[in-house]
Design a protein around this ligand. Structure first.
Ligand SMILES: O=C(O)CCC(=O)C(=O)O
Length: 324
């Protein structure tokens, strides 16, 4: 698919290039649209051979539950880094055997479904509501939920949604964006954990972050473009001109990142022969409200916050507290 292809939007959405309208299609279609807003990666497009992750005996469900329940022990240095930079990469959060259990499950579910959309990006969301005990344990993990609450500096965190983000070999860039743009939650206390299920070398498209808690202001005046790549290019130019530090470093096995909802991030395409398998879970502060007017950029939010009412505190059965 051409990255300029605006046919991914329905006729009505394409006619109106504004975003003040609800998203009317599936979450998978939302990702296909979103990736169509990315400019092409620079450099060669040939795929580089990568071996599958080395086989590791996965944890049993009971062992996984224990690991995902046990607190991590966040250091002040990592917490302060998150608050200064808007993101942090936390080392050795999960064991290779826990990640192996997650990866096996993601591969099973990816094979069972309809496969990735036209972009080569497979997004499976709300997996904790499905039949997978393993993905439920990851999504509702107190270890991860407590890390989210402590980084945000709030008493408790609720889950907004979980996602499997499988970027197939050859899938292009994820464009520059910040999540607050598409989260319909009226709070600054929102964070996403990004959990690679294998090490992610540079060529596989590690999530990359614009450092600095106020860096979003640098791109504040770039107009959002719902049909072309000008927003992605405009944000990159604004950051380049302002000398913003971009952290596009690889992820070691077990390392996971947390990015604040106002932290700009993007990911290069996957130029390797292996799928880039990731889980991502978004958390928000207990007590936060739904915004007054969700838009199409909010995606299929009613799936994630069923029954939540504009302007009211979010407290639905699909958004339990996960920090304890
Ligand atoms: O995995 C990707 O390429 C993008 C993920 C992302 O933007 C996010 O988790 O906030």
């Amino acid at each position: 698919m051409s990255t300029q292809d605006s046919r991914i939007l329905s006729a009505e959405h394409a006619r109106e290039s504004g975003v003040d309208q609800p998203w009317e299609e599936s979450n998978g279609a939302w990702w296909d649209w979103y990736l169509s807003l990315a400019a092409e990666d620079e450099g060669p497009v040939e795929l580089v051979h990568a071996d599958p992750p080395a086989p590791v005996e996965p944890l049993t469900t009971a062992e996984l539950e224990e690991e995902l329940r046990t607190p991590y022990g966040l250091t002040d240095e990592l917490r302060d880094r998150f608050r200064e930079e808007g993101y942090v990469k936390v080392p050795a959060v999960l064991s290779p055997a826990a990640l192996a259990a997650g990866r096996l499950e993601v591969e099973r579910l990816a094979a069972a479904g309809d496969g990735p959309g036209s972009s080569g990006f497979l997004s499976l969301d709300m997996m904790w509501q499905g039949d997978s005990e393993v993905l439920r344990l990851f999504a509702l993990s107190p270890r991860l939920g407590r890390l989210a609450a402590d980084l945000l500096g709030v008493a408790d965190a609720r889950i907004y949604h979980d996602n499997v983000l499988s970027k197939q070999p050859g899938c292009g860039r994820t464009p520059w964006h910040f999540d607050a743009h598409h989260f319909p939650i009226a709070s600054r206390d929102i964070v996403t954990s990004w959990i690679p299920l294998q090490a992610i070398p540079e060529g596989m498209g590690p999530l990359a972050f614009a450092a600095g808690k106020d860096t979003w202001k640098v791109a504040e005046d770039v107009d959002f473009d719902s049909v072309g790549t000008s927003y992605d290019r405009g944000v990159a130019e604004a950051f380049g001109a302002a000398g913003v530090r971009v952290d596009d470093s690889p992820f070691a096995l077990g390392e996971i990142s947390f990015h604040h909802a106002w932290c700009f991030h993007y990911a290069r395409g996957n130029r390797t022969t292996q799928p880039r398998q990731v889980m991502a879970t978004t958390y928000f502060a207990d007590g936060a409200k739904l915004v007054d007017q969700p838009t199409m950029v909010s995606g299929d939010y009613e799936q994630f916050l069923p029954g939540a009412r504009p302007g009211e505190v979010i407290d639905t059965p699909l958004n339990p507290v996960v920090s304890r």
